[in-house]
Design a protein. Structure first.
Length: 277
């Protein structure tokens, strides 16, 4: 039986506007987790403000292999210094040992950047556009985390859920099934390495600014798992965002809906540790 749910905002440090929206929601107590893009230039400047919420929210690494500039040289994956799109990353990581080696190095650099700025390891790791579960990425990530941290020290996001739960929620069903398919085997691989994993996932959205995101947020809580994680993408629009990410118009819609959202009394907002059993 679910005892609550984690509400995690992705993309902290992507832009100042996205980060300010997340900090606002953390201040209001509306989020219990956020993942940071530590390869973005805003990260070091904003990290001290994020650190203030270490006692009330899980602070993690939002592994980024598909947006802007990597922290390490990646001549095979990003020869021009700019990370490619998700499909190109997936293809290159699956086919090229040299790319997989570069990815392993970049994972280490992004983890280093998190620890250097916050002075401690992340509470969790997930991936921008779910890149962390790709077959050519997941082994490098999970092996790196298992070597670097004691067993049970952090958790990783499993973006899959039961088919019956995905259908019952009725939001971006096809997209949710595609993501779940990509994540096949990820949970068991993480558990074998002593990593903790959420059980239950939702938040896959069509990114339509005309939709009622508050209603969708309520639907994301239908048939929750026992350690349920809901992702979200709030943000304030700024000039930088349009050059980095296709998800723009829905971010302030999500921010407003999350700010107004009241979780049901029997399913309160929690951190991961309060849900894990």
């Amino acid at each position: 039986m679910a005892k609550g749910f984690i509400l995690c905002a992705d993309d902290f440090a992507m832009t100042d506007g996205v980060s300010r929206a997340i900090l606002d929601l953390l201040e209001r107590g509306k989020l219990t987790a956020t993942g940071a893009m530590t390869n973005r230039p805003h990260w070091r400047r904003l990290a001290p403000e994020l650190r203030a919420f270490a006692d009330t929210a899980d602070l993690g690494l939002h592994l980024n292999l598909t947006c802007a500039t990597p922290l390490s040289a990646m001549p095979h994956l990003a020869p021009g210094g700019t990370l490619p799109g998700l499909k190109d990353v997936a293809r290159a990581a699956a086919l090229s040992p040299a790319v997989r080696k570069e990815i392993a190095t970049e994972i280490g650099r992004q983890l280093d950047a998190f620890e250097e700025a916050l002075g401690r390891p992340p509470d969790f790791v997930d991936g921008h556009q779910h890149v962390h579960v790709l077959p050519g990425v997941r082994r490098a990530l999970l092996d790196s985390l298992a070597r670097r941290y004691p067993a049970g020290a952090l958790y990783v996001r499993d973006p899959a859920d039961r088919p019956s739960a995905i259908r019952a929620r009725g939001v971006a069903v096809g997209k949710a099934f595609v993501i779940a398919g990509l994540a096949t085997g990820f949970r068991s691989a993480a558990l074998r390495r002593g990593l903790r994993v959420n059980r239950g996932f939702s938040g896959v959205a069509p990114f339509d600014p005309q939709r009622d995101f508050g209603a969708d947020l309520a639907r994301f809580l239908i048939k929750p798992g026992p350690c349920h994680l809901v992702m979200c993408h709030p943000g304030f629009i700024d000039d930088e965002l349009a050059s980095l990410d296709p998800v723009i118009a829905t971010r302030p819609v999500e921010h407003a809906a999350i700010a107004a959202f009241a979780p049901p009394p029997d399913l309160p907002l929690r951190r991961f540790g309060a849900l894990e059993s």
